[in-house]
Write a protein that binds this ligand. Structure first.
Ligand code: FES
Length: 293
């Protein structure tokens, strides 16, 4: 099976997996033999790694981002806005962007809900997140007295298949709860029919962040969702793995047309912890926080 790293060629490449001899894209790091061939274009991450030490630049350093707004939509849903450098806000607009927030000595991955650069030179920008207080880490970062968050990123693997998105073509979006964030982040750049299961969202949030949408209840209406997919060439399905597997079972022939949420595969998000490890039938183990088939 051929794998592709979402970070290949980015400022996060080469990464700790190159140091560990486990880079998915570089056979040189794994076997000592280059498999790229004459058609390879662009900089070689392995050469960069060797010239650098051999070592990588390590992990992205977290920085303090000021909490500039905190909106409480309900006990189950808050939106936090951070003031960030303009370049960071700009990079957060990439489809599938998420950041890591330090909490209780661990990190919380959060999908970007919306981000924008303030007009004017060097005025910085903002990035927003919809957060549910689901456990100790999210409860901690939602303390109302928190003046800043320690964030690193942005990372781009929040969607599986984001590279297949064709913004000029109509898109069907099916979303449940706060998993809707990656769609809202690109809503100004796509034309979508939107089906929303409002689990833990509320009317005020949906009014503020979406345009027209059709309510749907995924637990009882998957047949309706599957029928809707038949009218679109590209679909974004943003829900838990349970429903994602269900739609892929109902429409197995549409696998390459469906962009899905990757949040269930993101823990450390940088290829270290192994929580997202997946071993395929050939015995190849990859980290799904960085890796796409
Ligand atoms: S989430 Fe930690 S290695 Fe992928």
């Amino acid at each position: 099976m051929e794998y592709k790293c979402v970070d290949a060629g980015s400022r996060r490449c080469p990464c700790v997996l190159m140091e560990a001899g486990q880079c998915y894209m570089c056979t040189m790091s794994r076997t000592g033999k280059c498999g790229c061939g004459a058609e390879w274009e662009g900089a070689c991450p392995y050469t960069e790694y060797v010239f650098n030490g051999p070592k990588t630049d390590g992990l992205l350093k977290p920085f303090g981002a000021r909490v500039s707004e905190f909106v409480c939509y309900s006990d189950q849903l808050k939106v936090v806005r951070l003031a960030v450098p303009a370049g960071f806000a700009q990079r957060c607009r990439v489809p599938g962007s998420y950041v890591l927030v330090e909490s209780l000595g661990c990190k919380v991955p959060l999908s970007v809900l919306r981000s924008w650069v303030r007009p004017g030179v060097d005025e910085g920008g903002f990035v927003e997140f919809a957060v549910q207080p689901a456990g100790p880490k999210t409860i901690d970062i939602l303390r109302t007295d928190a003046e800043e968050w320690l964030v690193s990123g942005p990372f781009e693997a929040g969607l599986c298949g984001a590279g297949r998105l064709r913004p000029e073509e109509p898109l069907l979006v099916v979303a449940k709860g706060t998993a809707i964030a990656p769609y809202i982040n690109i809503a100004d750049r796509v034309k979508a029919r939107l089906l929303v299961d409002g689990d833990k969202l509320n009317e005020d949030f949906l009014r503020d962040y979406t345009g027209e949408y059709e309510p749907v209840n995924l637990s009882g209406e998957m047949e309706r969702v599957a029928t809707a997919t038949d009218n679109f060439r590209q679909i974004m399905f943003l829900a838990s793995p349970y429903y994602t597997e269900k739609i892929l079972e109902m429409r197995p022939d549409r696998k390459d047309d469906i962009i899905t949420a990757n949040h269930a595969n993101i823990c450390c998000g940088v290829g270290i912890c192994g929580a997202c490890s997946y071993t395929d039938k050939d015995g190849v183990t990859v980290r799904r926080c960085k890796c796409e088939v």
